[in-house]
Design a protein around this ligand. Structure first.
Ligand code: GTP
Ligand code: MG
Length: 208
């Protein structure tokens, strides 16, 4: 199946704005500016379908992107942005938590970490949450174009240790150089299959 239809279902700031939980959803979590929106654009062959910005804290809402009327990618607000007021941070955390707890159709939460930086306490907390809730614990390293091979190998080890990934899957990606895209799609296809879903996205999809 090619990606033939993409629908932005909106940005939610409250539960009433979530779309009905009638299609499988895969959520993407990570620090603000880690490259969540960019990764989604790379996966979906779009330049600016998921809104990106060099200003951290751009995505402050939960954004639902529906693919082929079959499944959704969910872009969660980035956490850990220092300049955001404490009250607002707490509100976001509660909101994200609410989404993660409320959605029966959530089949996985993918954690994104910037390959250049050690995981933060927030990353560790998020990862523990993911594991404790029975999700796969798949990690996507972003911005790998900024590192050479040996630094990348070191970064991977550090992330494995800090998050205690314990052999769970990790993917190296670069949205700016379109790296790691097909491997990660293969993984998503396996994820669909493991949930008994008849969804296979072709590797070489291109939409105009
Ligand atoms: P928030 O919405 O604020 O949580 O951020 P985000 O995680 O969605 O990050 P976003 O995709 O908006 O990217 C943040 C910045 O990092 C932008 O300036 C991107 O161009 C840049 N960026 C994202 N992915 C990559 C990558 O693979 N390589 C490089 N070099 N830059 C990247
Ligand atoms: Mg974003």
């Amino acid at each position: 199946m090619k990606i033939r239809q993409l629908d932005f279902l909106g940005s939610a700031v409250a539960e009433e704005q979530f779309p009905p939980a009638d299609l499988p959803e895969i959520a993407f979590a990570g620090r603000s500016n880690v490259g969540k929106s960019s990764l989604l654009n790379m996966l979906l062959n779009r330049n600016n379908f998921a809104r990106t910005s060099s200003t951290p804290g751009k995505t402050q809402t939960i954004n639902f992107y529906q693919v082929n009327n079959q499944f959704r990618f969910v872009d969660l607000p980035g956490y850990g942005y220092a300049k955001v007021a404490k009250v607002k941070k707490a509100t976001w955390a509660a909101f994200i938590n609410h989404y993660l707890e409320a959605r029966d159709n959530l089949i996985d939460i993918i954690l994104l970490v910037d390959a250049r930086h050690a995981p933060t306490e927030d990353d560790k907390m998020m990862y523990r949450y993911i594991i404790e809730h029975g999700f796969s614990g798949t990690v996507v390293m972003t911005k790998t174009d900024k590192l050479n091979q040996s630094d990348l190998a070191r970064a991977k080890k550090r992330i494995e240790q800090d998050l205690q990934t314990q052999g769970r899957r990790m993917f190296a990606t670069s949205a700016s150089k379109t790296k790691g895209k097909y491997r990660f799609w293969d993984h998503l296809n396996q994820l669909f299959a493991s949930h008994g879903l008849d969804i296979i996205v072709e590797r070489q999809q291109e939409i105009k």
